[in-house]
Design a protein around this ligand. Structure first.
Ligand code: FES
Length: 296
């Protein structure tokens, strides 16, 4: 009997974190709730959960038990009875070989014996590279076209070993391309994240520099204002302006006295411009004396 999966020891990265487990639980719950059949049973719920997840993790068993009001042990007993249920995550691609009576007679054994070494397997199971899960199916339902196989749910009839190997190699090549694309996308996402992180650091640095420059300018301005205020306070004209000034009237008197004194020292303009005769009888203005003046 298949042993019950232990969620604490599962090697799947999908269920290593609580978030991944929550996602599995939610997907299983939705699949169980959306069953189109009128009669919902434990078996139909297990099938719906496996169709959605590709296997039955502990979370799916618990969700089926909760939906059908049954114990997890009873659900597990039913699931482990049927070989079509699996309890570990499958690889990325599923290859099935019909092992039914018709296909067996038509050459399924020959195909299986040739395919196993190509996949590095001894029996049905998962390849180590994580690409292919090989499964023997009791009947794929196309007995008239046997030997039959399915590749990622695509049926192929009248199979031969060469055709089976070619299709498996095609799946591997496709998977390699997809994985390369996924790696490229991851690199792009990583580069974007790094660029965004660097941009954020540069922005923070610029903001810090601008803040420091503003603080320095403010400090400089404050220092200049303080120095200017201190200089104004110490400026000597301030004391002069504060000293008592002579009255305006007294200043005017002094000025008038100075003008009068100056006038007394030098002949006035009237004397220079007058007609007073000089010693030789000529006037200071240079005009010749008139005849009358001469006779006198
Ligand atoms: S026996 Fe192979 S398809 Fe039915």
């Amino acid at each position: 009997m298949t042993s019950k999966p232990d969620s604490s020891s599962s090697s799947s990265s999908e269920i290593e974190t609580n978030d991944a487990r929550d996602v599995l639980r939610e997907r299983a719950r939705d699949a169980i709730a959306k069953q189109p059949a009128r009669t919902v049973t434990i078996l139909s719920s297990l099938l719906a959960a496996q169709d959605e997840l590709g296997y039955l993790p502990v979370e799916a068993i618990d969700e089926v038990a909760a939906r059908m009001t049954a114990s997890a042990n009873s659900v597990w007993g039913i699931a482990s009875f049927y070989p079509n249920f699996r309890f570990t995550p499958p690889n990325r691609h599923k290859v099935e070989l019909c092992w039914g009576p018709t296909c067996h007679v038509l050459g399924a054994q020959h195909i299986l014996q040739g395919l196993l070494p190509q996949l590095g397997l001894d029996n049905e199971g998962e390849t180590e590279d994580g690409v292919i899960s090989l499964k023997l199916n009791t009947c794929l339902g196309v007995c008239a076209h046997g030997p039959a196989m399915s590749f990622d749910e695509e049926l192929a009839g009248h199979m031969s070993l060469d055709k089976a190997i070619r299709l498996v190699e095609r799946i591997k090549a496709y998977d390699e391309e997809v994985e390369r694309g996924v790696l490229i996308l991851k690199d792009v996402e990583r580069s974007k994240a790094e660029i965004a992180a660097k941009a954020a650091v540069r922005t923070a640095e610029r903001a810090a520099m601008a803040q420091a420059a503003a603080a320095e300018a403010a400090a400089k301005l404050a220092a200049e204002e303080e120095a200017r205020a201190q200089a104004d306070a110490e400026w000597p004209t301030t004391e002069v302006e504060k000293a008592p000034q002579p009255p305006v009237a007294a200043s005017a008197v002094v000025a008038e006295a100075a003008v009068a004194e100056e006038d007394a020292k030098s002949p006035g303009d009237d004397a220079l411009a007058g007609d007073s005769p000089s010693v030789d009888g000529s006037t200071l203005s240079g005009e010749e004396p008139s005849e009358e003046t001469k006779d006198d």
